[in-house]
Design a protein around this ligand. Structure first.
Ligand code: ADP
Length: 328
């Protein structure tokens, strides 16, 4: 008999929720049913709500008896087929990723009409929350995060994975404020330049502000992975200025501006922030046509990274609580 049926915790189905998209709140304790690699199953004590996504709800969870904390991402086992597809993609791809700047995927299990993903806990929210709170980061901080994200992109691309939805809201922060890429729901596995059939391919995927122009042009192929470099260019601009470069009131206008590279850096007087020419040059190269964009190795060799101070991992934690002195 699976251990899940032996629980004294209330079954999920009995808990009421008005929210139709998201699963209802889980019981206080969740039992992972036994499996071949974990014959005794496991018990997770459910903690605070971390956030809600399009279809998932995320809680902190503590594995008993080790007391190790995780993020429990929960989705209903029955969901509309479009969401089901996104979720399957996420499971297939995320579970194969292992990199210090990618949210570690530990396990997945089903329990009372829900699927639980056990993920590395990122208790400091997303890069978007932090950048908004700080109204933009300093150059050393942008260097720190750009190097981490470039490293994760290099790793994903070396495994044939294109993330396709890189944005500040999908980059989470661990307890030391390191960047961890998450949400692989739109990712694709590329085989000899073409996406595998099992993986969803849509002409339009991603988030308007971060979408590379070539995704909008049907039939343009050959540099698929470079869409992630475009997104990193947008992320870098947004880390400095706290808004993406092509931000507009309509999606069509965002796309037009992206196609025409119609963006402006805020003047130093307005933003009261120093943004070096090296930083602007690097972002500009990432927003070139796909075949002109730098790959992750070229990115980290750009003069922007040697032109000023580069914080070490760990050092950024306390610095992010204050406004660190810019070394330029
Ligand atoms: P969806 O796939 O439905 O978009 P997300 O992956 O964006 O869901 O997760 C929803 C929310 O849960 C996020 O916005 C974030 O607040 C929180 N979250 C997701 N993963 C983690 C994690 N590993 N650590 C901490 N919080 C997380």
């Amino acid at each position: 008999m699976p251990r899940a049926t032996e629980t004294k915790a209330k079954p999920v189905a009995q808990l009421k929720s008005k929210d139709k998209e998201h699963p209802p709140p889980p019981p206080e304790e969740v039992l992972e049913p036994s499996s071949t690699d974990r014959p005794d199953g496991a018990v997770y004590r459910v903690g605070k709500l971390l956030g809600k996504g399009g279809f998932a709800i995320c809680y902190s969870g503590q594995l008993l008896p080790t007391r190790q904390k995780y993020a429990l991402k929960i989705v209903k086992s029955q969901m509309p087929s479009k969401m089901e597809q996104k979720f399957q993609t996420e499971l297939q791809i995320h579970s194969k990723m292992r990199h210090r700047n990618i949210v570690q995927f530990l396990r997945a299990f089903s329990y009372v009409n829900c699927t639980f993903l056990v993920l590395e806990l990122c208790p400091n929210g997303s890069l978007m929350d932090m950048v908004k709170r700080r109204k933009g980061l300093t150059e050393p901080e942008v260097r720190f995060y750009s190097v981490q994200i470039s490293g994760a992109i290099k790793y994903m691309h070396s495994k044939g994975i294109i993330h396709r939805d890189l944005k500040m809201g999908n980059i989470f922060l661990d307890h030391q404020m390191n960047a961890k890429i998450g949400d692989f729901g739109l990712a694709a596995l590329v085989v000899t330049g073409r996406d595998m059939q099992t993986i969803r391919r849509t002409t339009l995927c991603g988030t308007p502000n971060y979408i590379a122009p070539e995704i909008l042009e049907k039939g343009k192929k050959g540099h698929d992975h470079m869409v992630d470099i475009w997104s990193l260019g947008i992320i870098m601009f947004a880390m400095f200025t706290s808004k993406p470069p092509f931000q507009s009131s309509t999606t069509d206008e965002i796309y037009r501006r992206a196609r025409e590279r119609d963006y402006e850096w805020p003047s130093a007087e307005v933003s009261q922030k120093y943004i070096s020419q090296e930083a602007k040059d690097l972002v500009a190269t990432m927003l070139e046509d796909a075949d002109q964009r730098p790959d992750p190795d070229e990115i980290v060799q750009h003069p922007f990274f040697s032109a000023g101070y580069m914080p070490a991992s760990g050092e950024i934690t306390s610095k992010l609580r204050e406004v660190p002195p810019d070394a330029e």
